[in-house]
Design a binder for this molecule. Structure first.
Ligand SMILES: Cc1cc2nc3c(=O)[nH]c(=O)nc-3n(C[C@H](O)[C@H](O)[C@H](O)COP(=O)(O)OP(=O)(O)OC[C@H]3O[C@@H](n4cnc5c(N)ncnc54)[C@H](O)[C@@H]3O)c2cc1C
Ligand code: SF4
Length: 339
């Protein structure tokens, strides 16, 4: 039986593992955490349909219940080497495995908001990230720095994306719609809280997104202001004073909120950067480079070495799952050419 190693048990890696195993390939699935889907388990509800992330986790975990998938969880792969006829994978504990082909599906991590010092994350109690907001929504416990119900919440887009200072010029693709999703979820839990989203542009690219944005304004009374927050400062009672400009009206604004939510962008994960560099396929911003975004978007140009999901660029969950499926087809085609 031909063998494929998949690195990363996120949505992309799991979907690829399931499709390959279903077509008779032996799969070794590596995941650095003790359990799969860490970047899904920290979400509450999913755009665009507001389904529970926990349901998606169960469905994806069920796909792993196949005899020819060996789960190597708690194993971080730090190096991949071509050995002439097969690939060698080496873990952080210097253990080695061999496979006919390898799929890198090591995903993303979020921008460290501390790098935008002027926004006060890690300094002021009332400044949180979108990941922390996901957790508060999931636990039904949306509170300010003192543990009280917030009366005013602001969401700030493009933190660590489309930003000269942080060096990330690209758009992270999912944070506009995530802000709309989170604002609606907050409104459902806190009907009287004042909610404002500060944006550069609203990139509602997917099916149903524009309707979500309209519903957020018309049904849930969420305000959207075009403008970037240039500075945040704490008040004596741990609220957050923000300085911005309404760029549509050309008016400077200064306002105080109980919570400022920073919509942090997606970056290549540490695993993506390490493995991309280890086999010479690291591209811009540390994401994995493929031959072409059109016909060969899973092929790295190295024999039997493929990539899928957000290790290549920011993507949604369904983009990542579809990409894992497409990588599985490319891998099967490759394996069929081997003696
Ligand atoms: C705040 C926020 C909210 C979001 N909400 C939504 C939403 O509502 N709907 C939606 O469609 N998308 C949403 N997303 C995007 C979604 O999280 C991603 O699209 C999805 O997780 C990408 O899947 P992936 O398999 O490419 O990567 P990941 O989910 O990042 O999985 C990669 C896996 O690889 C593992 N790994 C990394 N390096 C190694 C290594 N060296 N060895 C072994 N294992 C390794 C990681 O531990 C991880 O489990 C959101 C993102 C953010 C930041
Ligand atoms: S998706 Fe929206 S918030 Fe995220 S980087 Fe792009 S424009 Fe900014």
């Amino acid at each position: 039986m031909k063998k494929t190693a998949i690195i990363g048990a996120g949505p992309a890696g799991i979907e690829a593992a399931s499709v390959l195993a279903g077509s008779g390939v032996e799969v070794l699935l590596f995941e650095k955490s003790e359990t799969p889907l860490s970047n899904l388990k920290d979400k509450a509800f999913l755009f665009p349909d507001f389904s529970a992330a926990s349901d998606m986790v169960s469905e994806l975990e069920d796909k792993l219940l196949k005899d020819n998938i060996t789960r190597c969880f708690g194993t971080e792969i730090v190096e991949i080497k071509w050995k002439g006829t097969e690939w060698q994978l080496v873990s952080g504990k210097s253990e080695a495995w061999y496979a006919d082909s390898v799929l890198i599906a090591t995903g993303y991590s979020t921008f460290d908001a501390r790098r935008k010092e002027e926004l006060g994350y890690g300094i002021y109690k009332g400044v949180v990230t979108s990941l922390e907001m996901e957790k508060m929504i999931r636990e039904g416990n949306i509170v300010n720095g003192h543990g009280d119900m917030p009366k005013r919440i602001a969401f700030l887009q493009c933190v660590g994306s489309r930003d000269e200072k942080s060096g990330n010029h690209y758009c992270s693709k999912v944070c506009c719609v995530t802000a709309v999703k989170q604002a609606i979820e907050v409104r459902k839990q806190l009907p009287r809280t004042d909610l404002t989203v500060f944006y550069m542009d609203l990139r509602m690219w997917g099916q149903g997104f524009e309707e979500m944005y309209r519903t957020a304004q018309e049904k849930y009374g969420i305000d959207f202001i075009r403008g970037r927050i240039s500075e945040a400062a704490a008040t004596f009672d741990d609220r957050v004073q923000i300085k911005t400009e309404d760029t549509l009206l050309g008016m400077p604004l200064r306002t105080t909120v109980d919570l400022l939510v920073l919509m942090v962008g997606m970056e290549a994960s540490a695993g993506t950067r390490t493995l991309g560099a280890s086999c010479g396929i690291g591209g811009e911003y540390g994401f994995i480079k493929t031959i072409s975004p059109h016909l060969y978007d899973n092929d790295t140009g190295k024999p039997g070495l493929f990539a899928a999901g957000t290790c290549k660029r920011p993507l949604s969950i369904w983009d990542s799952i579809n990409d894992g499926r497409s990588a599985a087809i490319a891998i099967k085609d490759y394996l069929d050419t081997l003696p």
